[in-house]
Every structure is written in structure tokens, then in C-alpha cells.
Write a protein that binds this ligand. Sequence first.
Ligand SMILES: *[C@@H]1O[C@H](CO)[C@@H](O)[C@H](O)[C@H]1NC(C)=O
Ligand SMILES: *[C@@H]1O[C@H](CO)[C@@H](O)[C@H](O)[C@H]1NC(C)=O
Length: 351
Amino acid sequence: MSLARMIQSAMVWLVASFYGSIMLVIMTLSAIRRGPRAFFGYKVRQDRPKCLDDPDLGTHGYVRLESSGLRFHYVAAGERDKPLMLCLHGFPECWYSWRHQLKEFRNSYRVVAPDLRGYGETESPQPFGYRGWPNFSMPHLTNDVRELIAALGYSSCTLVAHDWGGMVAWNFAIDHPDLVDKLIVMNIPHPGIFAKYLTTHFSQFRRSWYMFLFQLPWLPETLVKSFDFEMITDTFKGKEMGCRCSDAITDEDIEAFKYTFARPGANISGAINYYRASRKTPPRSYRGMKVTCPTLMIWGDQDGALEVGLTEGTDKFVPDFTLKVVPGASHWVQQDQPEVVIGIMRDWLKE
Ligand SMILES: *[C@@H]1O[C@H](CO)[C@@H](O)[C@H](O)[C@H]1NC(C)=O
Ligand SMILES: *[C@@H]1O[C@H](CO)[C@@H](O)[C@H](O)[C@H]1NC(C)=O
């Protein structure tokens, strides 16, 4: 490890410990105030909430990928002879984040929305828990996408992605230009922009506090589970994430996301290990790496976690680049303003 990497790691641990200590105090106080039973007690969801079995959204499918041996779960709509639209969700979500796209684009595409590695009904690699982070590094994640496209019987796709799914999609489009016809990313910056922006914009650094907290073992898992996954409700409904989306995302929708993490045998660590692996593996250089396919970026400008300034300079990495900012939309842009986002997608895909 180089000296620069060591100093950087030390800084990350320092910041992570800072946020961890604050969070520990907050968690202890709320456990005392609302009772340890409420704090530690959470409900294991035995059955899928009804909305996850809505036949209008498509049919559930499973496929075992070759090199990892992991069984992936997905929901698909539209006929098999149509081109593939592959939709990758973010944190802390699941395939259900693409419910509007599954309904809307099924006439012209075979729309497939998988649960990503470690999420929902897709298997998580062993070992579980904090120690499992190496199996969530970017090469594993992009390889899943590559094998998924092949396993679905396609040789390329229109790739649609949000948040963490978007981070995977950016890297995938760079590594496999032949497998991506068009790329649509939502509220996730190009990876070549994020790291630099984080160190030069203190406001973004503050907003990224949870990315540091997630570096710690055990604590993030405990936090996510506490008060029956209250964090998931807060993430979608809370002001921090720029949520005017309290009506667009219903209580039942939130229950669907809770099911991702609270179904029997679920392991929350997988989702958190995405953050751990991305910090612990040496950063990739994106200098001179172009995304060659036409790319559309959709950005809800009320995102509380990622500033709209992160969109600037993307065209340096993407020659054929279109940016559409959705005013008033939160981080959960495709769920928050589904009609607007679908309209933007439809117009751009027609071009
Ligand atoms: C986990 O990582 C190890 C080491 O890189 C690798 O050999 C193994 O195939 C991975 N497992 C999965 C399921 O990705
Ligand atoms: C989830 O992870 C914990 C350890 O963190 C483990 O004890 C448990 O068995 C895992 N659940 C499943 C279904 O593997």
C-alpha cells in the first residue's frame, strides 16, 4: 500500500469513527427513550407484500449465474423477442424501484429488473457480514451484469440504472461498450467526478456522512435494523433525502423495500458491503476512459445525498451526453416523479 493510500485510509477511519461515535450516542439515547425492545425488535417478513406480486409488473424469474454460482431473482415484463432493457436499482432498494418502467416500456422492450447481488431474493455470497465485503467489489458487480445479460439470452441491452446500480452501470459501460446500446443513469455521478468533488466541496462531504459510517463493522447493520427498519422509512420520507415524495412513495412501497432486508434469511450486510468494498479497494483511474454509447442522465435536483453540481463535467467522459434535471424531484427520482421520468426516457430513446 502506498503512503498516500495509507493516509487516505487513516482519514476515512477517523471520519468514520467520528460519525460512528455520534451515532452510537444517538442510538443509545433513543434505545433508552423508546425502550430496548423497540430498538432491537424487528419483524421478520414471512410473505412478500402484495405489491411485489402484482401481475401488472411482470413475472418473477430466477437464474443461476455461472462464475459466482449465485441465484439471481428478477422481475420481467414484455416479450422475449423485444430488445432488453435492464434496470439496476440502488440502496436500500430492490427490483421494485422500477415498477413504473416495467409497466411502461413492456410494449417495446423486454424489461428486466433484478435484485442485485446480496439484495432481496437474490443470493448473497459467503461469508455474510462485514467480512464478506471483498465479494462486493466492482469487478464482481459488473461481472454479474455481464453474465445476467447472457443468461437472459441477449447480447446487449439498454442499461437503466439509479444510485448504486448506476455506479455499476457506469463501470460496466466503460468495460463492455459492446454490451450496452444506450445508457440511462439517474441521480448518480460519473465515478471519475465523485471522488474529486467530495474532496473539494465540503457541503457534499457532509452529505456523504453515511458513506463513512458504513465503513464500520456491525454498527450500520444495527442501525438499519433498529426500530423495525425505521431507517428505511426515514430514507424515503425524511427531509434529508429531499423528499417531497411522501405521496408518490406509499407505505406499501416502503414495506416492499423493508421486505428486501427483513425477509427470512436476509442479510443486510450485503447492501452495506457495496460501500465498504468501494472504499477498501484501490480507486480506479477514469482518465481517458470514455463511455462510448449515447448516455442520458436524469437528476432530481432536490436530492439530499448527492448535489446537482455532481453532474458538471460529465460530458468530458461521455461524448454523446444528455442531461435532464427534474426540478423538485428527490433522490428517488424515478419513483418520485414517474410520469416526468418516463416522458424523458421515452423522448430520448426515440431519438
Ligand atoms: C468471492 O470472492 C472470492 C475471492 O475473490 C472468489 O473466489 C469467489 O468466487 C467469490 N464468490 C462470489 C460468489 O462471488
Ligand atoms: C446473515 O448473516 C448472519 C451473520 O452476520 C448469519 O448468522 C445468518 O445466518 C445470515 N443469514 C443467512 C440466511 O444466511
